[in-house]
Design a protein around this ligand. Structure first.
Ligand SMILES: Cc1ncc(COP(=O)(O)OP(=O)(O)O)c(N)n1
Ligand SMILES: Cc1ncsc1CCOP(=O)(O)O
Ligand SMILES: [Mg+2]
Length: 220
């Protein structure tokens, strides 16, 4: 991992892999490479289908690719896999250990992302307990996770007032609808389908990254 601050690291486009969209290891690694080459800064390996051995091999390969592009690798759900693959961080949902962050043995330098749905109190507690970033969403209907709880843009605005850690927005986001989330203060836009569900990953990543950069060019 590079030595930038967490606000520099968790910013821009955050791409999350999906085994239903990237069905082979080659497809997965080629797509991650294409996304990184276009300026995606964060990759989350999210895979609820592969075997443990496959997950370890893929997580390690993604971490190597991220290092090559000076991006960061995050593992979904599993602290054990993060440690085994020596990835840069882990993303924990409310049923993955996020409710007991202080009881987990997480190496100090690792990034810890926490799902906060639409709940600012969850985010404040997560920050107090050592979370590196808070993720809110879903903001728009998501084909990837149709039953994800909806979140309000007002919650993002409140999150930016209450939290010092970066704020990530997720759920049904694409280049056409990210603008209100950025205006509300989202530091980072997390996507699955808008990048890995597209025929041309490179073009999709380029569109997302350039749209993010254009829309945030006047900020700060
Ligand atoms: C960046 C980011 N935000 C939210 C989630 C959702 O995590 P979770 O609620 O644990 O759901 P699953 O992804 O495990 O289905 C995420 N993965 N990444
Ligand atoms: C994992 C997750 N958590 C809330 S919505 C979501 C899915 C995001 O995928 P997409 O960008 O395709 O809507
Ligand atoms: Mg989870």
């Amino acid at each position: 991992m590079n030595s930038d601050s967490i606000s520099d690291i968790i910013s821009g486009i955050y791409a999350i892999t999906d085994p239903n969209l990237l069905t082979s290891q080659t497809a997965l690694l080629d797509a991650v490479d294409a996304a990184l080459a276009q300026g995606v800064r964060v990759i989350q390996y999210r895979d609820k289908l592969a075997s443990s051995d496959q997950k370890l091999e893929r997580a390690k390969a993604i971490h190597r690719l991220c290092k090559r592009y000076q991006a960061v690798s995050i593992i979904n759900d599993s602290l054990e896999l993060m440690i085994a693959a020596d990835a840069d961080g882990v993303h924990l949902g409310q049923t993955d250990g996020a409710t007991a962050l202080t009881e987990l043995d997480i190496p100090k330098q690792k990034i810890i992302g926490v799902t906060c749905h639409d709940d600012i109190e969850l985010a404040i507690r997560a920050q107090q307990h050592g979370a590196s970033y808070a993720a809110f969403g879903r903001f728009y209907p998501s084909n990837t996770k149709p039953h994800a709880k909806p979140a309000k843009i007002e919650t993002l605005i409140e999150a930016k007032q209450e939290l010092s850690i970066p704020v990530v927005a997720i759920g049904g986001i694409n280049a056409h609808n990210m603008s209100p989330l950025l205006d509300a203060g989202a530091d980072c836009i997390a996507v699955i389908n808008a990048i890995f569900g597209q025929n041309d990953t490179q073009k999709a990543a380029n569109t997302l990254v350039s749209t993010f950069n254009r829309l945030t060019a006047g900020f700060n």
